[in-house]
Ligand binder design. Structure first.
Ligand code: ASP
Ligand code: MG
Length: 416
């Protein structure tokens, strides 16, 4: 069995769904995970907010989502929409019924029960589209098999409870092509849960782990994993292969290649992960796998924009050592402010964090009880794996540098 994951952009339009069909039409022994179409998840998030706040705008948002999907199938199925529309309409009725009611006061619970429809709609369409094109497949509502805890919006998979069920779901003597959802699951009380935004990659690798798949392929609109984001630099090139370990490092530093949680489940079972382009399906893409040799990689550049560099020094001039450190970290944890990079000297501790953190002001106020606090805004954090002098110059020359940190393989700079 192989697992293919197609993101929302890959099935954006009726033409795009045909392109995906062409990629999989000759494949068998396949689990296909499809995300919500295009920006549907964002639209559903808006719908939840209107519903939760008792705003009548919810009906407009809902009608838009409905119209988008119905127009989409009318074109993709060339008018032969009776079966698919019947299925879609029963999903729309469920949503309508929900948003007609009164929300509980648990926002995250309401969020999951509504936002999950993005994937239910897209996979219903996808499965029916394959059938329409003559490709037999089985639709799996993954919520019946993937069991999570009840931590809505960031649910954790309960491996013990899921394994047997998921394995059974994908073993069927009469079918060897399955279409299912990423991102969603359900708790033991059958309430729908989600695994966190962009969680479909993680779902795909979790299914692969459970069914002992031979590989996972994530189909994207880029040629593979690049050494830099082509959106902001013109020297980006594709990496042919990287190790599981390197992929985890890149995700940790903020590379938007794949969801950071994706690697663990497949690394455990040594299942390779391919990142390939749905725009150029004959190209090889990048493979992430276990490598038992050292890879001489070109420099890899990772940019995190919108950073705030916060500098903290004790009012009593005590050194930044264990006691102050644990105090400062305790406050960062208390306000859920994540540190991207940090450094300390005798009496100064600096940390770069993402701007727009809701708790930033509260954190600063709390810190100011014992520390002098200064901060600089509108900075960027550049990480260069496998840095060279040339690579560093390329990124920082002409910029004011606020912090520099180098380890054996990685150089990091906070710059203006
Ligand atoms: N549709 C969800 C999202 O956009 C999950 C995913 O695409 O991975 O966040
Ligand atoms: Mg998406």
């Amino acid at each position: 069995m192989k697992v293919y994951k197609f993101g929302g952009a890959s099935v954006k339009t009726p033409q795009a769904i045909e392109n995906v069909y062409n990629i999989i039409k000759d494949e068998n022994e396949l689990v296909i995970v499809v995300s919500a179409i295009d920006k549907t998840t964002n639209h559903l998030e808006r719908l939840v907010n209107y519903y939760f706040n008792g705003d009548e705008q919810k009906n407009v948002e809902f009608e838009n989502i409905k119209k988008f999907h119905l127009d989409y199938v009318a074109e993709a199925f060339d008018g032969k929409t009776e079966t698919v529309c019947k299925k879609l309409n029963s999903l729309f009725e469920e949503i309508a019924e929900r948003i007609d009611g009164i929300p509980t006061d648990d926002y995250d619970f309401e969020y999951d029960s509504i936002v999950s429809y993005g994937e239910l709609l897209s996979t219903t369409i996808f499965s029916e589209y394959l059938r329409y094109r003559g490709k037999q497949n089985k639709f799996i509502d993954i919520r019946r098999y993937m069991v999570t805890d009840s931590n809505f919006r960031d649910a954790k998979i309960d491996w013990k409870l899921s394994e047997k069920k998921v394995r059974k779901a994908f073993s069927d003597a009469n079918n060897n092509v399955f279409v299912t959802q990423g991102f969603i699951g359900s708790d033991i009380s059958h309430h729908t849960t989600t695994l966190g935004r962009e969680g479909s990659d993680y779902s795909a690798s979790s299914i692969a782990h459970i069914i002992d798949a031979e590989s996972v392929t994530i189909w994207k609109d880029v040629p593979g994993i690049m050494n830099a984001d082509p959106a902001w630099c013109d020297f980006a090139e594709k990496l042919d292969e990287i190790s599981f370990h390197e992929a985890i490092e890149l995700a940790f530093y903020g590379a938007k290649v794949i969801h950071p949680k994706t690697i663990k489940p497949i690394e455990n079972k040594n299942i390779p992960l391919y990142v390939r382009s749905f725009k150029d399906p004959s190209a090889k893409g990048t493979v992430i796998r276990k490598l038992d040799y050292y890879l001489d990689l070109v420099p890899v550049y990772i940019l995190k924009q919108n950073q705030v560099l916060i500098s903290i020094s004790p009012k009593d001039f005590s050194f930044i050592v264990e006691e102050n450190m644990s105090n400062i970290f305790g406050l960062f944890a208390k306000y859920k402010v994540k540190v991207n990079v940090m450094q300390n000297s005798a009496i100064d501790f600096s940390a770069s964090i993402d701007a727009n953190n809701r708790n930033f002001d509260a954190l600063v106020a709390d810190l100011q009880k014992e520390y002098f606090v200064k901060y600089n805004e509108n900075l960027q954090l550049i990480t260069i794996r496998y840095y060279t002098d040339e690579a560093i110059n390329r990124m920082i020359s002409g910029h004011k540098v606020y912090m520099t940190q180098k380890s054996r393989k990685t150089a990091r700079f906070v710059i203006e």
